[in-house]
Design a protein around this ligand. Structure first.
Ligand code: NAP
Ligand code: GCO
Length: 264
């Protein structure tokens, strides 16, 4: 019997007060998991707890900056004490800075790499010892179209997400022997606060040029929603994917397969 259930599992989803992380955590809860999440601000943790409660989910929230190794190690220890050993980690927390590379400061570049690549390393390193002791674990890294493609103004983000794809493959390679699977999810263009600037209505009420561009590049002819990621995430967090390792599952409506609609 194929097993998509997450009953009895503890899932930590980083940066999951809202957006993609919130949707993935909600999907995990629907599959039976206990939900734990973090955010860098208490008010966002509180907002997230209230949003989960509205859906009938008793989540556990912690204030933690994923780039701070001491904070992450303390949070993982607290979770193990208060909730239980972490069976599933989703490295979701992330930022983007859209700046032409020749105008981007090294500090801005480093900040994106720190959150989007060092953060996942720090969080994965923190949960691996317990997963190794348990003889099982699931690590899911939220990659991106920019793990495969570049575009103007996102050099730091593409470098981080490209690195995250290879970190995913390396964790898979190094820890598969402990029955730990590490895979990535590569969302396409998803309607969340992170992409809101790319969808803003223009002064004349017309659609943002990038909005029309993405719809033309997507066979599904629409932006994705965070809910589109729930099923793929549950699959990669469940025993149904125990022989899937080092894979990046693109949930992009077909963008990566498609040259793009011919302009009219
Ligand atoms: P979002 O709406 O901007 O949410 C990002 C979350 O990460 C927020 O809760 C944010 O908290 C948190 N966060 C940021 N820095 C953090 C840190 N240092 N420590 C802990 N939490 C931190 O983004 P999203 O669209 O949901 O994206 C979530 C993930 O999917 C990101 O990794 C993103 O790169 C990736 N992704 C997004 C898309 C898309 O089209 N939206 C597509 C592909 C991949 P604060 O609000 O406190 O900053
Ligand atoms: C951008 C977007 C993308 C998405 C996502 C696509 O500015 O191009 O923000 O990078 O966030 O990563 O998969």
């Amino acid at each position: 019997m194929v097993n998509f259930s997450l009953e009895g599992k503890v899932a930590l989803v980083t940066g999951a007060s809202y957006g993609i992380g919130f949707a993935i955590a909600t999907g995990f809860a629907q599959a039976g998991a206990k939900i734990v999440f973090n955010d860098i601000k208490q008010e966002l943790v509180d907002k997230g707890l209230a949003a989960y409660k509205e859906l009938g989910i008793e989540a556990h929230g912690y204030v933690c900056d994923v780039t701070n190794e001491d904070q992450v190690n303390a949070m993982v220890a607290q979770i193990e004490q208060e909730v239980g050993p972490i069976n599933i980690l989703v490295n979701n927390a992330g930022i983007i800075k859209r700046i032409p590379m020749h105008e981007m400061s090294a500090a801005e570049f480093r900040q994106v790499i720190d959150i989007d690549l060092n953060g996942p390393f720090i969080c994965a390193k923190a949960v691996l010892p317990t997963m190794m002791k348990l003889g099982a674990g699931k690590i899911i890294n939220i990659c991106s179209m920019m793990s495969e493609l570049g575009r103007e103004t996102v050099s730091a983000y593409a470098a981080a997400k490209g690195g995250l794809k290879m970190l995913t493959r390396n964790i898979a390679s190094e820890y598969g022997q402990y029955n730990i699977q590490c895979n990535g999810i590569g969302p396409g263009y998803i309607a969340t606060p992170q992409t809101a600037p790319l969808r803003e209505r223009q002064a004349d009420g017309s659609r943002h040029p990038f909005d029309a561009f993405i719809v033309a590049k997507t066979p599904a002819e629409r932006w994705g929603t965070p809910e589109d990621l729930m099923g793929p995430a549950v699959f990669l967090a469940s025993e149904a994917s125990d022989f899937v390792n080092g894979h990046v599952l693109y949930v992009d409506g077909g963008i990566l397969a498609y040259i793009g609609k011919q302009p009219k």
